[in-house]
Design a protein around this ligand. Structure first.
Ligand code: NDP
Length: 401
């Protein structure tokens, strides 16, 4: 009987995981049971997931919502709990397969806990790998845990790589749709609103990752993730603009062969692959019809339109704590963009200024070894990014005046 926990069960990846797990249990009731489901603030969706999956415990991060959660779970047999500590306790409950789908750096600690108990961690949360890749891999190795990538690009690489050693890899190619603003004239990007960035041409995802897709900060994070997960040198990781989002990534081997992973853009593929691994089972995803598609296109992304790609290279060259600083600065910039405080094109400048300032003081020299190290860099980067936001506002205000 496989024990399953889902962190971030109320989000985009989390709810799709809930659906797949529910279907798997309906097909074979004695093969799995659900230990924990967690959410941030969405009590109704969390309670529904807990009831559907007959989870042992449901945890909501926002403690003020515990009474609502208790009421929503009354008579269900599922325990209710709340707060960051309760999420960590849920991660300490023995589980064999754990989905890490909390958004942001808040996803790191539960993932570390689960790996520390030897679980298989299906990792959607990008921020964990970008800010603490070495730590996660070391934790998994020390405790017999395993990381299965859920990001579609890394799932694609994982599948194409098979059992080949990293030495056999000549190049990893991450594909990018280019996001909602890919055809906007460059001079209009500064005026893009949140609603404009949410019109993703191919994927249906959570709000933050959809905006990150338009800026390609999402792809920038994925480059760092790929370096951490697969141990491939940054110079061998490239990004290609692929408008159709059918080829999810490619691995070029030293013998000249290139293996690609293709499929319709549907996250249930990568989530289901991780859930069923090492087997392949039927999934509720549409089959690929290549002749209906007709053609697939590939272009080099414009570095002026997508400065995030260059910033990822800068962070990878800096190494040490640069990934944690990159993630934190990006989160601050994104928060301000979502709140209407800064323009779309200001985000990259804020991340770049934060990296430069911290690197200049030597604050990023050492890779984080503990969770506290990560949180210290995260805190410092958030302060510097806040200063960069104010400086950017002052500049654009002056321009507007
Ligand atoms: P969503 O915003 O849709 O969901 C995020 C989840 O995290 C929700 O369950 C939310 O709870 C929970 N949450 C938010 N803040 C906290 C907190 N402080 N403590 C505990 N839980 C919290 O995000 P996505 O599902 O889109 O993405 C999740 C992760 O997966 C991200 O790191 C993203 O980059 C990555 N990813 C997403 C993909 C996608 O297709 N969406 C693809 C590949 C990777 P609530 O909603 O209840 O507040």
């Amino acid at each position: 009987m496989r024990r399953i926990s889902i962190f971030g069960a109320t989000g985009s990846v989390g709810s799709q995981t809930v659906d797949l797990v529910r279907a798997a249990i309906a097909t074979a009731p004695d093969t799995a049971r659900v230990v924990a489901v967690t959410g941030g603030r969405n009590v109704a969706r969390l309670a529904r997931a807990a009831r559907d999956l007959r989870a042992e415990i449901a945890v909501i991060a926002d403690s003020a919502r515990l009474p609502d959660l208790r009421a929503a779970l009354a008579g269900s047999g599922t325990e209710a709990a709340a707060g960051e500590g309760a999420i960590l306790e849920a991660a300490d409950r023995p589980a064999d397969w754990v989905m890490s789908a909390i958004v942001g750096v808040a996803g790191l600690a539960p993932g570390l806990r689960a790996l520390g108990h030897g679980a298989t961690l299906a990792l959607a949360n990008k921020e964990s790998l970008v800010s603490a890749g070495e730590m996660l891999l070391a934790r998994a190795a020390r405790h017999g845990g395993r990381i299965l990538p859920v990001d579609s690009e890394h799932s694609a690489i994982f599948q194409a790589l098979g059992s080949e050693p990293v030495e056999a890899v000549a190049r990893l190619t991450l594909t990018a749709s280019g996001g909602a603003l890919r055809d906007w004239p460059l001079e209009r990007l500064a005026q893009a609103t949140v609603a404009d960035t949410m019109r993703h041409p191919n994927w249906s995802m959570g709000q933050r990752i959809t905006v990150d897709s338009a800026s390609m900060f999402n792809k920038a994070m994925e480059m760092i993730e790929a370096r951490e997960l697969f141990g491939v040198a940054p110079g061998r990781i490239e990004v290609v603009l692929h408008r159709e989002s059918i080829v999810h990534s490619l691995v070029a081997f030293r013998d000249g062969a290139t293996l690609a992973h293709l499929g319709v853009p549907d996250m249930r593929h990568a989530i289901g692959f991780a859930l069923n691994w090492p087997e392949r089972r039927a999934l509720p995803v549409a089959p690929l019809d290549l002749t209906a598609l007709g053609r697939l296109t590939f272009e080099t992304p414009d570095p002026v339109r997508y400065p995030a790609i260059g910033l990822a290279r800068e962070a990878m060259a800096l190494r040490g704590g640069a990934g944690a600083a990159f993630t934190a600065a990006k989160e601050v910039a994104l928060d301000h963009f979502l709140a209407g405080g800064i323009g779309f094109s200001e985000m990259a400048g804020i991340v770049g200024a934060t990296l430069d300032r911290l690197a200049g003081t030597g604050a990023l020299n050492d890779a984080p070894v503990t969770l506290d190290d990560v949180l210290a860099i995260d805190g410092l980067a958030r302060v510097r990014a806040g200063e960069a936001v104010r400086a950017s506002r002052a500049r654009t205000g002056q321009r507007a005046g």
